[in-house]
Design a protein around this ligand. Structure first.
Ligand SMILES: [Zn+2]
Length: 156
């Protein structure tokens, strides 16, 4: 198995000591990192956690949407209900793809994340799921930060 950078968990290329994503020397001790390197490391770890949660949320959403197809809510007109479930289903699949890509620090995750989290906030608002809205807003904040953009665009 390829060695992983201990500051951002991305795979290190054979023979490379300096990580291609966070640009931190992986042989360097945590205590000797510069302030900027510490910030980058913190955001990389946060993005990694977000990637895991996005994929997990996507899987749960997928299971939930599939279950919902077979158990429509009484009183809600069927066409509207199914459109709603279909949107949730697509969003769940996109979040799984997004999670996998974000764990690999793919460039599109910056803009893609802004779009996806905005959509997720909208869907949670419609369902009056305030915890979902809160988390969505927090993730949207992190993914839209300039430092996140720099990390994902490889512009550190
Ligand atoms: Zn790294």
């Amino acid at each position: 198995m390829a060695k992983r950078c201990r500051y951002c968990f991305s795979a290190l290329k054979e023979g490379n000591i300096v990580c291609g994503v966070c640009k931190i020397d992986s042989a360097k001790d945590r205590n000797t990192l510069t302030r900027e390197e510490k910030t980058v490391s913190y955001f990389c770890r946060t993005l990694h956690l977000m990637a895991f949660l996005a994929a997990l949320g996507g899987i749960l959403g997928l299971v939930g949407s599939l279950a919902a197809i077979f158990r429509p809510i009484p009183g809600v007109p069927k066409p509207i209900y199914f459109i709603f479930v279909a949107i949730n289903l697509v969003l769940a699949i996109l979040f799984i793809v997004f999670g996998i890509s974000l764990a690999r620090y793919k460039k599109w995750c910056h803009t893609g994340g802004i779009v996806l989290y905005s959509l997720a906030i909208g869907m949670n608002l419609m369902q009056m799921n305030l915890i979902g809205v809160l988390f969505g807003a927090l993730f949207l904040y992190y993914i839209s930060l300039p430092v996140t953009r720099k990390i994902l665009y490889g512009e550190l």
